[in-house]
Design a protein around this ligand. Structure first.
Ligand code: PLP
Ligand code: COI
Length: 340
């Protein structure tokens, strides 16, 4: 039975659920998956996560479909990306079996918090991994904690599927080309926080970062990838410092399925003026259409209109339809969670 929650009003934020799961890597091996009802974690004061940033996370969602079934979307890609993140900052990789068993357990134990179909809300699943063992010298930890909590959420950007304004920044880089931008580690978000908050205060929903070397090419938004559409073509940046978005990867395929041409390549700043539609995409953002991009330094503005574009609308409905079981899952992207 779903809880009595005002699902339609949920923000994208933390909402307490009943249980979370935890699994420790100690003495060279992963232990049992434990269940906890505490929201707190006892952490050693010298844990490497606290000092040297050994921390990575993931974000995926459980969707209640029109048919009542609950689906996960491409969880295997999240498991793989978490392994890449671990590899990138020398943490123990979480085996896919442990990742899958843990997210399943966390979802099933909190099944009452899965928002009903049609409310616009979903159950956000947040796996995280960090160095929990002590070190004082700059070295990887010997002990790691992998956890999963879930929380029901509404749309990441308050407007939902309505165009937002975005601020393009030149005075901050979220990641360096040979740094950690391609993996999902906490430090990338810390690096972008000041610019992100400044943008929020200025009335923008998000920041848009440029490539760190030439400041010439579009990288990505704070919490999402960027795409532009023109001449029946879906165009998205190729860059070593952006997160490989599973949503973006899926939209590229959906765009092809819908008969669009797809280009993943460098997107020069100047090209922004040629797009007919633009958007941000990600698990939390889904597709968030962009109405305008303002260059903070020069004030130069690129406008895409107050209405959601035709192609963005088609992409959005196909993606959500697959996630919610109303469109055929021709690529085998979803996993039905039995028994809830
Ligand atoms: N880019 C960044 C920086 C993100 O934090 C996210 C969210 O995970 C994305 C892009 C979108 O990735 P995905 O579609 O896999 O959620
Ligand atoms: C997601 O889309 O899942 C994210 O992790 C984005 C953001 C909340 C960091």
């Amino acid at each position: 039975m779903s809880k009595d929650i005002n699902w339609g009003e949920l923000p994208f934020g933390y909402f307490k659920t009943d249980y979370n799961v935890r699994c420790y890597y100690r003495d060279g091996k992963w232990g049992e998956i434990e269940v906890s009802s505490s929201e707190y974690v006892p952490v050693h004061m010298a844990a490497t996560a606290l000092h040297y940033g050994q921390e990575a996370f993931e974000g995926l969602k459980a969707y209640r479909g029109k048919d009542g079934k609950v689906r996960l979307f491409r969880w295997q890609e999240n498991a793989k990306r978490m392994r890449n993140s671990a590899h990138g900052i020398l943490m123990q990789e979480v085996p896919d079996e442990v990742f899958y068993a843990s997210i399943m357990k966390a979802i099933k134990l909190n099944a009452d918090y899965i928002p009903p179909y049609g409310t616009g809300a979903t159950l956000y699943v947040r796996p995280l991994l960090f160095g929990s063992g002590p070190q004082v010298g700059v070295k990887p930890a010997n002990e790691y904690l992998f956890m999963v909590f879930v929380t029901p959420v509404g749309p990441y950007f308050k407007t939902g599927f309505k165009p937002v304004a975005v601020e393009l920044v030149r005075d901050v880089d979220r990641a360096a080309p040979l740094g950690t931008g391609h993996i999902k580690v906490g430090g990338n978000y810390a690096a972008g926080l000041r610019a992100t908050e400044r943008a929020h205060l200025g009335g923008y929903a998000s920041v848009l970062f440029l490539d760190a070397i030439e400041k010439k090419y579009i990288d990505e938004a704070g919490p999402a990838n960027f795409f532009g559409i023109k001449n029946n073509t879906y165009i998205t940046p190729q860059s070593k410092s952006i997160l490989p978005s599973i949503t973006n990867m899926s939209l590229e395929q959906i765009a092809k399925d819908l008969g669009l041409t797809v280009e993943r390549r460098k997107v020069p700043f100047d090209e922004l003026g040629t797009f007919e539609e633009a958007g941000a995409c990600g698990t939390a953002a889904i597709i968030t259409p962009i109405k305008k991009i303002v260059d903070r330094e020069s004030g130069k503005t690129f406008s895409y209109g107050e209405e959601v574009g035709k192609i963005s609308t088609k992409l959005y409905h196909r993606l959500r339809g697959i996630q919610e079981g109303t469109e055929e899952d021709t690529h085998g992207w979803t996993t039905v969670i039995e028994g809830i």
